[in-house]
Design a protein around this ligand. Sequence first.
Ligand SMILES: [Cu+2]
Length: 183
Amino acid sequence: MKVFTQLSMLSLAIGAAAFSFADGFTVSGAKKVILTAGGLAGAKKKATTGSIGSDKKSITFSANSARLVVETGPKNDMMSYRIQGLRNPPLLVKPGATLHVLFVNTDDDMLHSLRFTSKVTPFDAKIGLKGSVGSADLKPMSGKSLFGQEFTVKVPSKKGSYSYICTTPGHAAAGMYGTITVR
Ligand SMILES: [Cu+2]
């Protein structure tokens, strides 16, 4: 009995570390990675190509799963994201879709995160990590090392408007976010 209790507590602890939930989003399999610029370019080639809307701004992922590479920047616009070369693109996904995300901070002097939430703009400057799930705050690049995080996010099954945001203080409020529409 004692052994059973200890085992179940252990699995509970592992479960808590492996999954996080907020606002209908579930994140699992988070793993920090260190890449070179070449490694990032290689990862982008393996990403799912979503279809870009006629507005040239939004990206639709029509399958039940997709592989996304999200990076910060470029250098003159570091308070933003790039996906398939588009700036903070609105993402359109299916209910309950699974997104395999690689988020990479290409900044040389600021922390950034990529997190998912049901909150929408305007964002509080001190938004914090509560009420969202996704990456940790990732360090700026060091030498040729880019800090990234891989994770799997299952989007809500409930249709509606959600956001992906940077939770570094002031960043989402300054425009470092995009919308994610489940439809
Ligand atoms: Cu940021």
